[in-house]
Ligand binder design. Structure first.
Ligand SMILES: Cc1cc2nc3c(=O)[nH]c(=O)nc-3n(C[C@H](O)[C@H](O)[C@H](O)COP(=O)(O)OP(=O)(O)OC[C@H]3O[C@@H](n4cnc5c(N)ncnc54)[C@H](O)[C@@H]3O)c2cc1C
Length: 455
C-alpha cells in the first residue's frame, strides 16, 4: 500500500466518519454482489481502494434482485423499507435517491378459519374473536410490555417461552405462533425472544405502520451503487463463484474462481452465506479460521410466488395465513404500497413460503408450486377465479433467514477474521437486527470502518 494523505469525509448514514485515503493502492476483493457486497464495494472504492466484486450469479442484488415485467422491474421477493431504516436511507441520501422514496400507511391482517381480521389498533385486537376476552387483553398487554421492556436477557429465552409466559399458552398458539411461522416456517421453536423484540419494535413500536418503496424499484439502488463503484475504478465480475480462499506464501489472500488462476488481494470482505466460506477455506491455511466461524447456524429458505392479478384481495400489505391446508404462510399485497406505475398497472401479490432447502417442497417444479398456491388462494378467497390471474412466477432462495437459537448474540461470527486482511459481513451477523437491507448496510458500515481503521 502506498503512503497516502487522509481526508475526513462525513458518512451520510449518520453512524461514523469515513477516512478517505487518497492515492491508496491496495487491492480488495468483495465476495458476493448482494446489497452487503455492493455497499461495501461502494464505500471502499470511494476511499481509493482497487475493488473487485465477485458475484456467483449473472445478476447483482442478491435477495433484493429483480426481473423485468412488461415495462417495469419488480423484485423477485417483495421488498419495502421502514422509516426507521436509517442506514439504508443514509445510503439513498448519499446516492441522491432519497427523494425517490414514497411512503404510505400500511396495515397487517390475519386470516383464520376463512375470516380476515385487521390487527393494527387496540380496537381491532379487541374485535379478534378467535381469542377469548382475557386472551385479547393479555396479547394487548404483551404488545405494550414488548414496546417498553428492556431486551436484556431476551437472547437466552425462546419466543415460545417468553410469549407463552406473557400471553398464555392458548393465545400463543392462536396468535403469536402463526406470526413466527410466517417467518421461520416449521423452524420457529428455537428462535430467541430478542429477535421478536427487535422485529416488533422495528415494525410497530405501538405506532401505525408506514412503509416505503423507491420509485422504479430496488433496481435503481443497485444500479446507482454499480455506477459509483465503476466510476471509482472498481471491477464487477458476474458469474464468478468463488470456490477457494487461501493465504499465499507472502501472506496475501488468494481468491479462486473455478478453473481460473487465483487472484491475489491485500484484503477480502466476504458477504455470502457463511457455509460457502467454511467450504472455501477448508483444507488450506485458513482452515482454523473456518473453524472459528463454525457457530452452528443454519438458514431457512424461501419458495415464493409472484402473481400479477386483475384485482387485489385485501387492503393489507401483508396477511398471515397459517393453515395446514394452505401451502404458503402469508400474502403480501404489494399494490397496497406500490404505485401502479411501478407495477405496470397490475395488482401485485407475493405468496411467501419459508421452507428449508432440504424440504421436498423446495424441489417441486414451478408448475406444481403454482397449482398448489392457486388452490390455496381459492380456499382463502372463494370468489377468486383463474381469470383473475394475468401472469405468475416462482422464485426460490435457499439461504434467507438465519435459524437463530438461544444465546446466539454471544456466538455470532466476528466481523474481523484476520485483522488487516479478512472480514465478514453476512446475514448471520446482523442479529439481533432483522435481516433486511437496513441491517445489511449497518453491518457493512461497521466492517468498512474496521477495515479502514486497521490500515
Ligand atoms: C422473501 C423475502 C422478503 C424480504 N423482504 C425484505 C424487505 O421487505 N425489506 C428488506 O429490507 N429486506 C427484505 N428481505 C431481506 C433482504 O433481501 C436481505 O436481508 C438482504 O438482501 C441480504 O443481503 P446480503 O447482500 O447480505 O445477502 P444476499 O442478498 O444473500 O447476497 C449474497 C450474494 O452472494 C452471492 N454468492 C453466493 N455464493 C457466492 C460465491 N461462492 N461467490 C460469489 N458470490 C456468491 C449470491 O449470489 C448473492 O448475490 C427479504 C428477503 C426475502 C427472501
Amino acid at each position: 500500500m502506498s503512503d497516502s494523505s487522509v481526508l475526513k469525509v462525513t458518512s451520510d448514514t449518520g453512524t461514523t466518519n469515513v477516512s478517505k485515503t487518497v492515492g491508496a493502492t491496495w487491492d480488495v476483493a468483495v465476495i458476493g454482489g448482494g446489497i452487503s457486497g455492493l455497499v461495501t464495494a461502494y464505500w471502499l472504492a470511494k476511499t481509493g481502494a482497487r475493488v473487485t466484486v465477485y458475484e456467483a450469479s449473472d445478476q447483482l442484488g442478491g435477495l433484493g434482485t429483480f426481473f423485468q415485467y412488461r415495462n417495469v422491474f419488480l423484485e423477485r421477493f417483495y421488498h419495502c423499507m421502514l422509516p426507521s431504516d436509517r442506514h439504508l436511507l443514509g445510503v439513498l441520501r448519499e446516492l441522491g435517491l432519497v427523494d425517490q422514496v414514497y411512503w404510505k400507511e400500511t396495515s397487517f391482517g390475519f386470516m383464520r378459519d376463512g375470516r380476515l381480521y385487521g390487527l393494527n389498533t387496540p380496537l381491532e385486537l379487541l374485535r379478534f374473536s378467535p381469542l377469548s376476552w382475557v386472551d385479547r387483553i393479555r396479547v394487548g398487554l404483551t404488545g405494550l410490555w414488548g414496546s417498553i421492556c428492556s431486551p436484556n436477557g431476551l437472547d437466552d429465552v425462546t419466543c415460545v417461552e417468553w410469549l407463552s409466559r406473557l400471553s398464555g399458552r392458548r393465545a400463543f398458539e392462536t396468535f403469536w405462533k402463526p406470526m413466527l411461522q410466517a417467518k421461520f416456517g416449521d423452524r420457529y421453536h428455537e428462535v430467541p425472544a430478542l429477535w421478536f423484540w427487535t422485529r416488533f419494535n422495528r415494525e410497530k413500536g405501538g405506532k401505525r405502520e408506514r412503509k416505503g418503496y423507491i420509485r422504479g424499484g430496488y433496481r435503481r439502488i443497485i444500479e446507482a451503487l454499480v455506477k459509483s463503484i465503476e466510476a471509482h475504478g472498481g471491477i464487477i465480475r458476474l458469474q464468478s463463484p468463488v470456490e477457494k480462499l487461501d493465504l499465499t506464501e507472502n501472506k496475501q489472500l488468494a481468491v479462486c474462481v473455478s478453473q481460473s488462476v487465483p487472484q491475489v488481494f491485500d484484503r477480502v470482505v466476504v458477504t455470502t452465506p457463511i457455509s460457502f466460506l467454511r467450504k472455501a477455506m477448508a483444507g488450506g491455511q485458513l482452515a482454523s479460521v473456518a473453524q472459528q466461524i463454525d457457530v452452528g447456524i443454519d438458514m431457512q429458505g424461501v419458495v415464493n410466488a409472484v402473481f400479477m392479478l386483475r384485482r387485489g384481495f385485501t387492503k393489507h400489505y401483508w396477511v398471515a395465513a397459517i393453515d395446514e391446508e394452505i401451502p404458503f404462510q402469508g400474502i403480501v399485497e404489494s399494490t397496497t404500497l406500490l404505485e401502479k406505475i411501478d407495477t405496470a398497472g397490475v395488482h401485485l401479490v407475493y405468496l411467501m413460503n419459508y421452507v428449508h432447502r432440504t424440504d421436498s417442497r423446495f424441489h417441486q417444479s414451478d408448475a406444481e408450486i403454482l397449482e398448489a398456491y392457486m388452490a390455496g388462494l381459492k380456499r382463502l378467497f372463494p370468489d377468486f377465479q383463474d381469470e383473475d390471474v394475468i401472469d405468475r412466477f416462482v422464485f426460490r432462495a435457499p439461504f434467507v433467514e438465519p435459524l437463530y437459537t438461544t444465546g446466539y448474540q454471544q456466538r455470532k461470527p466476528p466481523t474481523v477474521l484476520l485483522p488487516g486482511k479478512l472480514y465478514l459481513a453476512t446475514t448471520t451477523q446482523v442479529y439481533p437486527e432483522v435481516t433486511s437491507w437496513n441491517g445489511a448496510i449497518g453491518l457493512a458500515r461497521e466492517v468498512v470502518d474496521e477495515l479502514l481503521s486497521e490500515i
